[in-house]
Write a protein that binds this ligand. Structure first.
Ligand code: SF4
Length: 284
């Protein structure tokens, strides 16, 4: 695919995602776009359609796993399958961590029409926004910012300051889960950078699954990748990545809830440190 064609495809994809995220142009108050049926016209609104779709995804996930391909070939096969089946309704959830940067690179080769969005909680590290800008420059992507209904200031006025320090579950629900629900309600499949190695809650992540929570297909092309696989790819391909990874942050999120980890700590120990919480509620 020529660079011109790739750019045109990307621009189209960005527009489609933006429309789904923002409706009439307001990322906060828009109504979600109607969702097309998936999988050869099956009606996913009906229970039977969802069951068939779930079974198809499980079977395809099993087949791709049993093929025994290496991590890269497997990830490319997952992305290609999702693109063939669900475009134009496929999006990458990009948090600008190293796995997501890798997926931006991989998508640029395998499925450039897949749209990219990120949950702009308005509490991301400056380095994260800078990483977004480097990816835009390198790959010509058009990542769509999906924002909470309230600004940080409005949330503080309504619920008190620094909600993340008192009730991080509620804060994540307002600033991450609700916006994610909004963007995904206009899509047929989403792609994540989740890896099994990232912790016990992710240890059984399949390559493909039906996401019951959000009601669409979910692809996890990097499920079987190790951290070593990820970093080898990123260095080999010279993929731009978040400099915070080099400062002890294996997992990135909002600045109030993310710290560097110490030697020997779990990679996600720096997230919501001091709380029992280990996930934002986006994955499972
Ligand atoms: S990660 Fe922290 S600041 Fe970000 S939405 Fe969740 S609780 Fe709020």
């Amino acid at each position: 695919m020529s660079p011109e064609t790739r750019e045109a495809t990307r621009a189209e994809a960005g527009g489609a995602v933006e429309a789904a995220a923002t409706g009439a142009g307001d990322p906060v108050d828009s109504a979600p776009s109607p969702r097309a049926p998936a999988g050869g016209g099956s009606d996913r609104g009906a229970t039977g359609g969802v069951i068939v779709e779930e079974a198809d995804l499980a079977e395809q996930s099993r087949l791709l796993t049993e093929e025994g391909a290496g991590p890269l070939a497997q990830a490319e096969a997952v992305v290609a399958w999702l693109a063939a089946r669900y475009l134009p309704g496929v999006v990458l959830a990009c948090g600008f961590g190293v796995e997501d940067c890798l997926l931006v690179d991989l998508l640029s080769r395998v499925a450039p029409a897949v749209g990219v969005f990120y949950l702009d909680t308005q509490l991301l590290f400056p380095e994260t926004y800078a990483t977004r800008d480097r990816l835009v420059e390198r790959y010509g992507i058009h990542p769509v910012a999906v924002r909470p209904r309230q600004t940080v200031e409005e949330q503080a006025e309504a619920l008190g300051p620094a909600l993340w320090g008192r009730d991080p579950d509620l804060c994540c629900r307002l600033r991450k889960v609700e916006p994610l629900t909004r963007i995904l309600s206009g899509q047929r499949a989403w792609i994540t950078g989740v890896r099994r190695e990232q912790g016990p809650t992710r240890a059984r992540t399949p390559l493909l699954e039906w996401d019951r929570r959000f009601g669409l297909a979910k692809g996890n092309p990097l499920a079987a990748w190790t951290a070593r696989d990820v970093w080898r790819y990123v260095h080999d391909q010279d993929v731009p990545y978040n400099p915070l990874h080099d400062r002890g942050y294996p997992s990135l999120g909002c600045w109030p809830c993310t710290r560097a980890v110490r030697a020997g700590e779990d990679p996600r120990a720096g997230r919501w440190s001091g709380f029992a919480k280990t996930e934002c509620g986006l994955h499972g």
